[in-house]
Design a protein around this ligand. Structure first.
Ligand SMILES: [Zn+2]
Length: 405
């Protein structure tokens, strides 16, 4: 088969033909020149209808990148016609090998979008020898298409979480389908307005099926859930609670450290890790060191024991026992004379229902920890996101399981 015929078939050309293929051996490039076939009908670039008439003037030559052929970069060159559409008027024709305004062909766009789920944009750009802006534009196109074509599946267990960008200066709210482990919605900020936008998008019919919401003790999320999903049970996310607990231990550690001197201070040096890690995950030598430290009479030891004690709460299956354990813990924390724990106890008391709901409904956003990490990784690929929409688009692209064009 001649190269021209091969390309015509690969691009599925009907109203266009390959005029010639130029090979630049030095640069490793193939340039494919295209033109219109006789009087075949062309389509409107806006609505896609067959145009009634082709105008006399053409647009200047444009270039599109296509999939490489045996290490050769392939470029298509074509000067689009202008056509008279009965609906849209005078427009540029629609070319069958690429979306309007894209600089790459459908085939290349598909390959780029698929790889962009695995690699960062710079890596994808390097692989296909493209500009990263082109990669961004392809991902954006794929996401818009995917969002418009995704199949809706009933939603029962919702996860609400926030991710921060630029060191906490910018927040996004991420909504998960916890049953399927997917992102279903991403919105800017974490305000009441964000939640209003989410519930407007969701609509009352889809909201009806939701019976459980897992989230952080963030009052805006809680209020929004109470307003829009009055029947749903809120379960506070275990991993957020563990974070609060670790923070309290660390606050005590820092306060204690500041008051220490000399040898005592030396002994506590570089122990943060020991206090915060689950003892089951420590190495033998670390465990020995920790048990020596635990013999000291210090506020940090008290804090550590409180932390380990609350951890046992998660193992309870009986609501009655769990409630008894939690109440006793709250009493001890409030009487511990450790200010961070007193504060924590006050917060937990205000949200007791949502914490105890865990004993009945064992859901946690932690099932999505992998996904959460993925979102963090995406956010660290900072370059390429000129706008938060680009960041949002990439979260959808990598975590929402959208269909690809
Ligand atoms: Zn039209």
């Amino acid at each position: 088969m001649r190269m021209e015929t091969f390309i015509r078939k690969a691009l599925r050309l009907k109203a266009h033909r390959v005029v010639k293929v130029e090979e630049d051996e030095g640069a490793g490039e193939l340039t494919v020149h295209l033109d219109r076939v006789g009087e075949r009908r062309l389509r409107c670039g806006v609505c896609g209808r067959a145009a009634r008439r082709v105008a006399g003037t053409r647009r200047p030559e444009r270039r599109w990148r296509d999939l490489a052929m045996r290490e050769h970069l392939v470029q298509l060159v074509y000067a689009p016609h202008r056509v008279w559409c009965q609906v849209c008027g005078l427009r540029v024709e629609r070319v069958p090998w690429a979306d309007t305004w894209q600089r790459v062909t459908h085939a290349l766009a598909r390959a780029v979008a698929a790889l962009a789920r695995e690699l960062d944009w710079a890596g994808v750009a390097a692989h296909f020898r493209l500009n990263w802006k082109t990669v961004g534009a392809v991902v954006e196109g794929a996401v818009l298409w995917g969002l418009a074509h995704r199949r809706w599946e009933p939603l029962h267990v919702l996860g609400l979480d926030e991710v921060s960008r630029r060191k906490g200066q910018q927040y996004l709210t991420v909504v998960y389908d916890l049953a399927r482990g997917r992102v279903i919605w991403v919105g800017r900020d974490r305000t009441t307005a964000t939640m209003e936008r989410f519930f407007t998008w969701l609509g009352p019919r889809r909201a009806q099926a939701i019976h459980t919401v897992c989230c952080d003790m963030w009052s805006i999320y809680i209020d929004a859930v109470h307003t829009h999903l009055p029947e749903a049970t809120i379960v506070f996310d275990r991993f957020h609670l563990s974070q609060y607990l670790s923070r309290a231990v660390d606050d005590v550690r820092r306060q204690t450290w500041r008051r220490m001197h000399g040898r005592e201070k030396a002994e506590f040096k570089r122990t943060r890790f020991l206090w915060l890690t689950n003892p089951a995950n420590l190495q033998r030598a670390e465990r020995t060191r920790l048990s020596a430290l635990l013999r000291l009479n210090s506020p940090i030891v008290k804090a550590y024991l409180l932390k380990e004690d609350l951890r046992r709460f998660w193992a309870y299956r009986s609501t009655a026992w769990a409630t008894a354990h939690l109440r006793q813990w709250l009493w001890r924390a409030s009487h511990s004379r450790l200010e961070p724990f007193q504060k924590l106890a006050r917060m937990l008391r205000r949200h007791l229902d949502g914490i105890l709901a865990w004993t009945r409904i064992r859901v946690t956003n932690g099932a999505l920890e992998g996904m959460n990490n993925k979102i963090k990784v995406i956010s660290h690929r900072a370059f390429g996101y000129r706008t938060s929409w680009m960041y949002i688009a990439n979260i959808y692209h990598c975590c929402a399981g959208l269909p690809l064009p």
